[in-house]
Each structure stands twice: as structure tokens, then as C-alpha cells.
Design a protein around this ligand. Structure first.
Ligand code: ADP
Ligand code: MG
Ligand code: ZN
Length: 476
């Protein structure tokens, strides 16, 4: 039997605000446990939450970036459940009236475009964190994360495979980071994904029963988790079993998913409007202000790079994968006007050095102006491409500009024809046998002469000029 996979993703993204969503505690990661807490986020009786306006604005940015309609009025609701990391006994979230709905995100699928529907984007608070003692049967609770602002982005069940799911996530992640509303750090939990997955026989209209996967903290793990889960479900169905609706945990070490609990239903949470918070009213003027403040988004930038700089879709994809990298590339091109070369040097040597040092482009010791200058020096024939490889490495190590490196290392290419002709003459004189053999038809010896010239000039001779001169002088 042939199966089709159906996936819908729920993404939680932590908003990059200084303070929490309903109190003025810091959102900084990594502080001493419970040091970023106050009576509000600790859930003391009698306190009242006050909404952080920045959270609404950040969420609005994401809504606009994913083509959602922002509702004129939205409301916070209490999602009731008990857990030790949730001191109030409920999470403030949005339920019946979310901030935004009916959006979509475009993916490139097999050379074409595919839209993945976005059901809704809502705001909510994060819960705390439990720390389990490895040696003693005790657990600790850290409430620093309690009340940290999140948005939840829920997709329609439009995704049709594990790879497509990873791709969708990468696009979402890229947009959040471009908008500078989320740091995107998956390991610290700033970007988390629950994946709902089911299978159905090809051609069947109704969806199958889904499992919800949790605990995947990288794009790769989301893909691996889904791949495993799809196989597991197929195996069950092919062997006459039925899938149960449940929440399953991805076990990275074992590479399997394990049942965690039966799936709870929305009505189990007894959602109701939070009486401590007023509805949020978003008018057109506010939306207009946020829209005016939106940066160019990754996909638009990619398309512009392809048409404006005449670079390949692949190169445009790499160069726009990070806003700062795209900015650096444009700075280089603004000076040297050689996009293809700029892209190659950036994606080749420069990114290799940065990756080795686990540095980002923001920390790159080579300024855009220096890289542009180096490209201009190659173009002018002052240095060869081969020399440039050494020069760029030295520029990276020392932070010096190419002229300084060239001056220090005496790396200027020899383009003086008269000087090169003199060198060639003496090489010819010193190798009469090779000359005779070459003239007798042993053309392979041409390479021998090139090698001798390069040796004599320590590799600094301009290869094109050497080539032309040798052709002339050996033929004489
Ligand atoms: P909850 O998980 O809170 O019950 P929803 O019912 O809204 O929430 O569904 C959550 C996610 O599950 C959505 O992304 C949706 O697209 C996806 N989904 C719903 N039904 C299926 C299904 N049969 N197979 C795969 N994904 C599904
Ligand atoms: Mg869910
Ligand atoms: Zn607080």
C-alpha cells in the first residue's frame, strides 16, 4: 500500500524582549535559578499582569511576514493544568481570539513553489523549568523562564514529508531572525517545534490519526524524528494495527520516539478568557506603523539578489541565509562591483575560516572594504588568484588590509613583460636539450618551462603573460 504523510507543525518562538510578557523581570538566559522572578511571574495571589506592548508588536511583525490577517481584537485566555513548573496553575495564552490567522509561507518544492497554510499566530507565556538531580531522587524548579514571552505559530496540515517539514522550519526560523524578534537559538529553547504527523493511504481524503512529537531540538532531529515516526506508523498499519492519538518523545540517543502520554483535548484545559487582562485592540494605524518598520525578508532578498547581481539561486540562497551576511556581501559589491567574485570569496575562503573558528560574519576580521579591495587587485592583475588565497588568509589572521599584507610579504605579481622575457631567456639558455626536444614536437615540455619560470619568480609571475611569452620565445 502506498501512503501519504501529513504533517502540521506548532512552533514556539521566544520573543527577544528585555522583559517578560506580564511583568518587568528580565528574560536573560542563564541567570542563577529563580533570580529573575517577582510576585507576578511567581503566581502570588492578588497580583495583576500588565501586557508588554513590545510582545504584541513583535508578534504583529511575524504575522505580517507570514501573510496573516491581524485580528482587530484579540484576547488572552487561561489554559488550566497542573505542573510544578507552572505556579499559577494556568498558562496565559490565547485561544478563541488569537492575534492573527489565515497566513501562509512559501516553500520551494521540486523547483516549484508551494504554500503552507498558517492557521494562527498567538501570544503566550512560557512555563518554568524542572531540573532533575542525577544522583538524588529530587527535582528543583527554576522559574526564571516563567512568563517569558512566546508566540506560537500553528501550521495547517499541509506539509507532506519530513524534509519539507525541516524546510518549512528553516524558513520560519530565518524570518524570525531577520525580523530580530527571536534569537533562534534551538539549544536554549528559543525556537521549539512540536510536530503532528499522520499517514493515510494515497488518494484517501480523511486524515489519519496523528501522533504529536516533542523534544526535537534541531532541524536535523525534527527530520529524523518524523522519518522514524512515519516508518513506525506505516509498520503498524501494514500489520493490521491502529494508530493511537498520543504525545511521543523523540529520543535522540536511541533515534526512536516513545509514547509519553495520551493526547489531551482542548476541552481538558478548561480554557476561559483571562479576567485580569483586557482585550488587545489593534487598529489599522498601528499595523501600518509596524508594516513600515519591516525589513526586507529573506525570500524577497533572494529574488532581488538573483536579478540584481545575476548570481545563481544557490548562491543567493547561501548569501541571504543570514541578514548580516547579505549586508556584508552588498557592501563588498558596492565597492568592487563584482558580485560573482565577491560571492565566491565569501562563500569559499571567508566562510570556511569563520566556520572553523565558530564565528559569525559580524565577527569577521576582514572588513567588506578590504575584501572588495582584494578583488579589485586580482582584477587589475596586481595579484594572482592563487596569491589572493594566501593574502585573504593573512588578512583574516591579522585583520590587515590587502595592501599591507602585499607590502609585507612582497606578494605583488610580476607583470613586467621585459623582466619576464629576461627570466625566460635565461631559462631557455640553461635548458638547450629541452628546447630542442620541444621544437622537435615534444609539446608536453611546455609545462616544464612554465614550471621553471614560476620557480624562478617564486610563483609571482603573471601566468597569462608567462604563457604568451613562452609560446613566442620557444617557437623562435
Ligand atoms: P492541538 O495540538 O493543540 O490539539 P490542533 O488540533 O490545532 O492543536 O492541531 C495542532 C497541529 O496539528 C496543527 O499544526 C495541525 O495542522 C496539525 N494536525 C491536525 N490534524 C492532523 C493530522 N491528522 N495529521 C497531521 N497533523 C495534523
Ligand atoms: Mg499541540
Ligand atoms: Zn516577574
Amino acid at each position: 500500500m502506498e501512503f501519504e504523510t501529513v504533517i502540521g507543525l506548532e512552533v514556539h518562538a521566544q520573543m527577544l524582549t528585555e522583559t517578560k510578557i506580564f511583568c518587568s523581570c528580565s528574560t536573560k538566559f542563564g541567570a542563577a535559578p529563580n533570580s529573575h522572578t517577582c510576585p507576578i511571574c511567581l503566581g502570588m495571589p492578588g497580583v495583576l499582569p500588565v501586557l508588554n506592548k513590545k510582545v504584541v508588536e513583535y508578534a504583529m511583525k511575524m504575522a505580517l511576514a507570514t501573510n496573516c490577517a491581524i485580528n482587530p481584537t484579540c484576547e488572552f485566555a487561561r489554559k488550566n493544568y497542573f505542573y510544578p513548573d507552572l505556579p499559577k496553575g494556568y498558562q496565559i495564552s490565547q485561544y478563541a481570539y488569537p492575534l492573527a490567522e489565515h497566513g501562509w509561507l512559501e516553500l520551494e518544492v521540486n523547483g516549484g513553489k508551494k504554500r503552507i497554510g498558517i492557521t494562527r499566530i498567538h501570544m503566550e507565556e512560557d512555563a518554568g523549568k524542572l531540573l532533575h538531580d542525577e544522583h538524588n531522587p529530587v527535582s528543583y524548579v527554576d522559574l526564571n523562564r516563567t512568563g517569558v514571552p512566546l508566540i506560537e505559530i500553528v501550521s495547517e496540515p499541509d506539509i507532506r514529508g519530513a524534509e519539507e517539514a525541516a524546510d518549512y522550519l528553516k524558513r520560519l526560523h530565518e524570518i524570525l531572525v531577520y525580523l530580530e524578534i527571536c534569537d533562534g537559538n534551538m539549544e536554549e529553547g528559543s525556537f521549539r517545534c512540536d510536530a503532528n504527523v499522520s499517514i493515510r493511504p494515497k488518494g484517501q481524503k480523511e486524515f489519519g490519526t496523528r501522533a504529536e512529537l516533542k523534544n526535537m531540538n534541531s532541524f536535523r532531529n525534527v527530520q529524523r524524528g518524523l522519518e522514524y515516526e512515519i516508518k513506525r506508523q506505516q509498520y503498524i498499519v501494514e500489520n493490521g494495527g491502529t494508530i493511537v492519538q498520543e504525545t511521543r518523545l523523540w529520543d535522540d540517543a536511541q533515534g526512536v520516539t516513545n509514547s509519553m502520554r495520551g493526547k489531551e483535548e482542548a476541552h481538558d484545559y478548561r480554557y476561559f478568557p483571562d479576567p485580569d487582562l483586557v482585550p488587545v485592540i489593534v487598529d489599522e494605524a498601528w499595523i501600518g506603523k509596524i508594516r513600515a518598520d519591516m525589513p526586507e525578508l529573506p525570500q524577497a532578498k533572494r529574488e532581488r539578489f538573483i536579478s540584481e547581481y545575476q548570481i545563481s539561486a544557490y548562491d543567493a540562497g547561501v548569501l541571504t541565509s543570514e541578514k548580516a551576511l547579505a549586508g556584508y556581501f552588498e557592501e563588498v559589491v558596492a565597492i568592487c562591483a563584482k558580485p560573482k567574485q565577491a560571492g565566491n570569496w565569501l562563500m569559499g575562503d571567508v566562510m570556511k575560516f569563520l566556520n572553523e573558528d565558530k564565528k559569525t560574519i559580524r565577527e569577521c576580521p576582514i572588513t567588506a572594504a578590504s575584501l572588495a579591495e582584494m578583488i579589485n587587485l586580482i582584477d587589475a592583475g596586481t595579484i594572482s588568484g592563487k596569491m589572493a588565497k594566501d593574502i585573504v588568509e593573512e588578512m583574516y589572521q591579522s585583520g590587515k588590509n590587502p595592501r599591507e599584507v602585499i607590502a609585507e610579504k612582497g606578494m605583488v605579481q610580476i607583470t613586467d613583460e621585459a623582466a619576464l622575457a629576461k627570466t625566460i631567456s635565461s631559462i631557455i639558455d640553461a635548458n638547450p636539450q629541452q628546447l630542442a626536444d620541444y621544437r622537435a614536437g615534444k609539446e608536453k615540455l611546455f609545462g616544464f618551462f612554465v614550471g621553471q619560470v614560476m620557480k624562478a619568480t617564486q610563483g609571482k609571475a603573471n601566468p597569462q603573460i608567462v604563457n604568451d611569452l613562452l609560446k613566442k620565445m620557444l617557437a623562435k
